[in-house]
Design a protein around this ligand. Structure first.
Ligand SMILES: CC(C)(COP(=O)(O)OP(=O)(O)OC[C@H]1O[C@@H](n2cnc3c(N)ncnc32)[C@H](O)[C@@H]1OP(=O)(O)O)[C@@H](O)C(=O)NCCC(=O)NCCS
Length: 163
């Protein structure tokens, strides 16, 4: 799975995407620190423990760098930024039964605006699964390195390898 580069200075407006999900009774906002147990349970139950571990970084920041989507006060999706490494988007996920309604796009845009507000002009999406989703929604491009050189493949930190 490749790393992607995502331009932040030409993001589509989030407004229409928010209106679309609101019409389904879905709301999007930053997670609160007291929601960590519920969020962790959601991520471990529907995605993975590793994604929950990454999200713990978002929950320990101020402002919290995780957006959540809710329906009837239940978490149905999340998106993190500035967790895996500086300038990174992700992880993200939407509950399977809520996919295809624009929730993933709204979460993605909210998190990318968060990165842009920090001063970044490009974001890295590390080890991206649904490349076409990112290409279509925010014009992300594949970083043309051989797979296996991304952060998720690090065995040793090259900065500390003996030369
Ligand atoms: C990727 C994901 C977050 C998208 O969430 P979603 O709420 O279904 O996304 P949206 O409804 O906003 O989709 C926006 C567009 O992207 C398309 N799209 C969604 N998921 C896609 C995928 N996996 N591959 C290609 N296109 C995809 C949709 O068809 C839609 O196109 P349209 O506007 O022409 O209808 C969701 O599928 C998911 O949770 N996947 C599992 C976890 C995952 O892979 N996370 C990413 C890790 S890098």
């Amino acid at each position: 799975m490749p790393d992607l580069l995502c331009p932040l200075l030409s993001l589509p407006a989030i407004g229409p995407h928010m209106q679309r999900i609101n019409a389904h009774g879905i709301h999007l906002r930053r997670a609160n620190p007291w929601e960590w147990t519920a969020l962790r349970t959601f991520i471990v139950g529907n995605f993975s423990e590793a994604w929950a571990d990454e999200t713990s970084v978002a929950m320990a920041r101020q402002p919290v760098s995780c957006f959540i989507a809710t329906h009837e006060n239940k978490i149905i999706g999340f998106a993190d930024y500035e967790c895996t490494r500086r300038g990174y988007f992700g992880p993200t996920g939407v509950l399977e039964s809520y996919r295809g309604k624009g929730v993933g796009t709204a979460l993605l845009l909210a998190a990318l605006v968060g990165l842009r507000d920090m001063g970044y002009t490009y974001a890295v999406i590390g080890g991206a699964g649904p490349v076409d989703f990112y290409r279509k929604t925010v014009g992300a491009i594949v970083i043309p390195f051989d797979e296996g050189r991304g952060v998720y493949h690090l065995k040793d930190d090259p900065a500390f390898a003996p030369s």
